[in-house]
Design a protein around this ligand. Sequence first.
Ligand code: HEM
Length: 510
Amino acid sequence: MISQLAGTVVTGNPIALAAAAIAGFFIFRLLRNLLSSSSLKGIPTVGVPNYPFGFYVGAWNYIKNAPALTQEGYDKYPGGVFKVPLVNQWLVILNGRELSEDLKKAPDDCLSMPSAINSMLHMEYTMGKEQYQDPYHFGVVRNTMTRNIGLGFPDMRDETIAAFQDLLPATDDWSASPAMENVIAIVSRISNRFFVGMKCRDPDYIKVTSEFTIKVTQDTAWLHGLPEFIKPLAESLFGHLETHTTAAMNHLQPILEYRLEMDDKYGPNWPNGDRPNDMISWLIDGARGHPMRRNIRSLSCTMLNVNFGALHTITQGVLHALYTLAAHLQYVEPLREEIESVVEAEGWTKAAIDKMVKLDSFLKESARYEPGTAVNVLRRALKDYTLSNGVTLPAGTLIGLPIMAQQHDEQIYENGDSFDPFRYARMKETAEEGSNIQMTTTSTDFLLFGLGRRACPGRFLAVTELKLIMSHILLNYDFKVKDGVRPDNTWIAVAGSANPTAEVLFRKRR
Ligand code: HEM
């Protein structure tokens, strides 16, 4: 059969050529999976039937049931490791605090975060090749942006009020709001007020930034199924990167041209201190002396990437918290009381937001309980790496931590399977002076923002925005979900999402 097919291929029959290419592709993948599975053979497998092509059946099972299968591996191998099949590779999951510490301590040239993220998000096709090769904006987010949150706070508060007025006007009677659509637009308005000033009021710009964020996640899903050599072509034919970069350039070109011209003349010290203190200026600072970064196209694409980091994640955080609160209205009053008394004493300042301990606890518990992913803190072994339990991960292995199972573990959290909104506020009351219990603190018990040197640098902005948005909702609206039932999350493989189509009912607070 194979020799017949080979013969027809040689004579140039196009159908046979296509069939041979597809067969070759699957044979190549099967061999690759068999080879990589032999190098991981000491590591137990979860969810894969023991017959030829079982890998693919297992990968399909994992797409449908990742949270349950990850939990199964966590329960079966406490403190150990196990592997699950993704469509194109194995994912090795490290259970428990000690192995999480191993991952945290490992240097980047052993366990690499960018390499792991690229293979999951296909960054070069979905977010731009230069963003993957030269992610200088990570440093800008970590340093300049984070230092400026306090200064930007009054604008972000102003934008919170304006965005809610425009997108969710408070009405006397109940009215239903498509939660995800409105929340992503509100998050984009507030974040972009901080990133680009009043440009955030341009609805088309907000549409471009929000759509880019959604498209990266959508394109990532279908690119997973394609062989490497087809991806550039597929993305240029069907993908979003070029369209959204051009759209962002159309919006940002006049602003960027002016800023670059002034930068040529004065550098960072404009006359009268008139230089806007925003993401565009901070990126230009990071791009000075680097022609590949310092041009309209690259800066526009970087702005989209900064938006991607912020919008999807903060939107998910707000939606999970909002759905949970709307289905558990008994927590509304204690939160309102705290917010009102803090604001009465301090006004609307960043320091006041930092003092909202119950709100912080509620949001952290919401993220502990519903982290929105079954596995995170992804890394790829760049060389063979031996864990503290003696297991060696061969070079090339993709690894991650079982955030959902670990954050629900009753050995780590008392009643870890129950939602307890003020658990962290209580911990803070009894903790020693200076203990870091707030949401921005990363640890092996709270993995939402990752771990170690690669932990999310945007988390201080994220938590500020989450608190701004939730405190605004709590003080200005009554809200509920239909029948009082929390809308179900949706899942594809390890990626969960707060329900994308649910409606929340709002009215002016009575
Ligand atoms: C609730 C909101 C957010 C969540 C849950 C979140 C989560 C994460 C996680 C899990 C990582 C990987 C950490 C690791 O593997 O150890 C990460 C990295 C990163 N995040 Fe966030 N993030 C959020 C908001 C933001 C915001 C607002 C920004 C920027 C404005 C941002 C920018 C970044 C960047 C640049 C990295 C890469 C850091 C590096 O590799 O050095 N994130 N984030």
